[in-house]
Design a protein around this ligand. Structure first.
Ligand SMILES: Nc1ncnc2c1ncn2[C@@H]1O[C@H](COP(=O)(O)OP(=O)(O)OP(=O)(O)O)[C@@H](O)[C@H]1O
Ligand SMILES: [Mg+2]
Length: 247
């Protein structure tokens, strides 16, 4: 099983400490990452996925340090992420958006280099991903024409195209109706059943609590609680800084 270990990670932005001594281990589960705006959740994803170096501490994947790894190298190790603000290639079709993620890691020939997005193998793989993410019906339409719920799905489809073992989802349910969020939860469960480890950042508490096996709560850059959803929902400190009394 793939294992991610974040060890005493801190991140400074000038005088602002976005992460303070964050340590966590995960693998083989659906882990939720919740907390107020500005808590450092996306920053933690940025550090894990190589978009930002930690100021202190280290990230290990299957025992190997990711120190100085570039984002594309981390993708090759099997860690993929989605972004809080979805950024599909708007003019490209849904299929082509997924094909950009499939790519070909090595070019067997000069000609293949130019045809790399249209080799039968990658197109078949992309179609399978569209099937899995229920996007086949939109295969040939421009990505920009999709409503936000489907664009978020496409964001996941693109991440899946890199064949990750660990998937980092940054607010995948934002802007979704409760019906769309439930369909998304089913997709995430399916991916987990296929053997993927998942970390999901969410503000939609019904979604996070119903989906995640374990929840980590960040507040002002620090982990203030870790536990199963029922425990987190009744944690006094979490209620005070984030959930509030009415939830
Ligand atoms: N690249 C950056 N440069 C400077 N400050 C940053 C940068 N990225 C994040 N921050 C700051 O770090 C803190 C944590 O931000 P982060 O985006 O990680 O929070 P978050 O928990 O994802 O919040 P939200 O729920 O609103 O998405 C915030 O104060 C933010 O303004
Ligand atoms: Mg964020």
């Amino acid at each position: 099983m793939n294992k991610l270990r974040v060890e005493r990670v801190s991140k400074m932005f000038g005088g602002l400490q976005a992460l303070k001594n964050v340590s966590l281990e995960t693998g083989g589960e659906i882990l939720g990452l919740i907390g107020p705006n500005g808590a450092g959740k996306t920053t933690l994803f940025n550090v894990i996925s190589g978009f930002l170096p930690p100021t202190e501490g280290a990230v290990y994947y299957n025992g190997h340090s990711l120190h100085r790894f570039r984002p594309h190298q981390i993708v090759r190790l099997g860690i993929a992420r989605t972004f809080q603000i979805v950024k599909p290639f708007g003019d490209l079709s849904v299929l082509d958006n997924v094909l950009t993620g499939c790519g070909m890691p090595v070019y067997p020939s000069w000609r293949a280099f130019f045809r790399r997005y249209h080799t039968p193998l990658t197109e078949k793989a992309a179609d399978e991903i569209l099937e899995l993410t229920d996007l086949s019906a939109w295969r040939d339409v421009p990505a920009s024409s999709l409503p936000i719920g489907l664009q978020r799905r496409l964001e996941i489809a693109r991440a899946l195209a890199t064949r990750p073992d660990l998937l980092l989802l940054d607010e995948p349910a934002a802007g979704l109706t409760s019906h769309e969020a439930e369909a998304l939860a089913q997709l995430v469960r399916r991916l987990h059943q296929q053997g993927k480890s998942i970390i999901v950042i969410e503000h939609n508490m019904a979604f996070a609590m119903g989906l995640c096996e374990r929840i980590v709560v960040l507040a002002q850059g620090e982990i203030i609680a870790v536990g199963p959803p029922e425990e987190i929902q009744n944690n006094e400190q979490v209620i005070n800084v984030y959930l509030g009394r009415s939830k």
